[in-house]
Design a protein around this ligand. Sequence first.
Ligand code: SF4
Length: 470
Amino acid sequence: MDANHLPIPDRDGPRDECGVFGVYAPGHDVARLAYFALYALQHRGQESAGIATCEGGHITTLREAGLVSQVFDEEKLRALDGDMAIGHVRYSTTGGGSWENSQPVWRDDGREVALAHNGNLTNAVELYNELRDRGLRFRGTSDSEIMAALLSVEDARPIENAVQAVMPRLEGAYSTVVMTKRAVVAFRDPHGVRPLALGKLGDRYVIASESCAFDIIGAELLREVSPGELISLTEDGLESRQVIPTGRRAHCVFEHIYFSRPDSRLEGVVVQKARGRMGEILWREAPVEADLVISVPDSGNPAASGFARASGIPQDDGLIKNRYVARTFIQPGQELRKHGLRMKFNPMPEIVGGKRLVVVDDSIVRGNTTRQIVHMRISAPPIKHPCHYGIDMSTREEMIAHERSVEEIAAELGADSLAYLSLEAVYEAIGLPAEAHCDACFTGNYPLGDDGAGNGKFALEELAVVPASR
Ligand code: SF4
């Protein structure tokens, strides 16, 4: 046996998108609340982090490339005083990863706003051209800045009416928080593609991409922001408006499979539990004789447990994950590459040696040939199509399942067998109807009426946007 040749090198799954947070809570340390909420949402984006606060009619924004813990320290947090705050963690889905594209974005083209957005506008280019024709200039190349500019130039007052005027013009996915000198306003696209939740902190309210951000700051999940809804948080409390009637719901099913943190509640479902059920059904759909179930940590853990539970096959930790992996730009070089450098996972020969293994993960891994019996089980269907609603899935050509049969992929991985969970099983596991979800990356059926062409990640950059001076 050669444990170094398990088909599990560094995996490069779909990239996370973004996480947003908003709070209106005079008397609280709002910057610190935002910091810890973003800390809990770090899995949604590791490229940059930012917080904007408002005090005495003055908005201050601090955003940098890096993890939340790298961007902020005590001194910086103390400088971010105020009664309200919004925050953002980012993995770039539109525009490159430059500082200009970190968030919250700030604009003052008539109304001062700071804005944080998760999603992707499918008509960003059209809106950008229109604003440019009106003489507006942009610092970055993200669709979030376009949204901020639209709200900033909008004549309708107050901000709630401006959001109401702008929302019908936006196409695609947007879970957004915008802050003015008076209010924090959250709004979500009428399909509800990306998650957005409302929480309560004492007698004040908070908004976040996922409920795990509420747990860490002692807030309580009240409900999700409805698709098409606007929620305004001000001195007068909470105001809700259904700006656009909820359309065909298209909640991202991949949030349940992969993106959301296991301890979050999504559409009333505890993510960890649903992922465990996916593993159980995976056994029912693709049973196999084996000695040991191992997961690819951490993403494969709940499904591996479910698979072991349902099959009665023992489970152990055969792969150890480096918990402190952050982004590195240092390349391994020739010598380490030959050795098969494993940045994230190290297989344990003492545990997996000589055993017929079932390796469970939630997305496919590329790998070397194995000399021991390995059955791969994936707790999701094969990804075959790109996402245009805020997830970086790379292009079709780069996807391992593109135009390859399951047998061909297994051969490429060097696995003795490979099976994916069916899409029906995903819906069975989460206990929610397919009609209320988007599953375009598996099926190619884009539910927002677009043909899937959308605006590519660098669509705005391709327009040769000239950055304005800061
Ligand atoms: S295409 Fe996939 S990742 Fe994108 S929103 Fe739909 S289900 Fe989610």
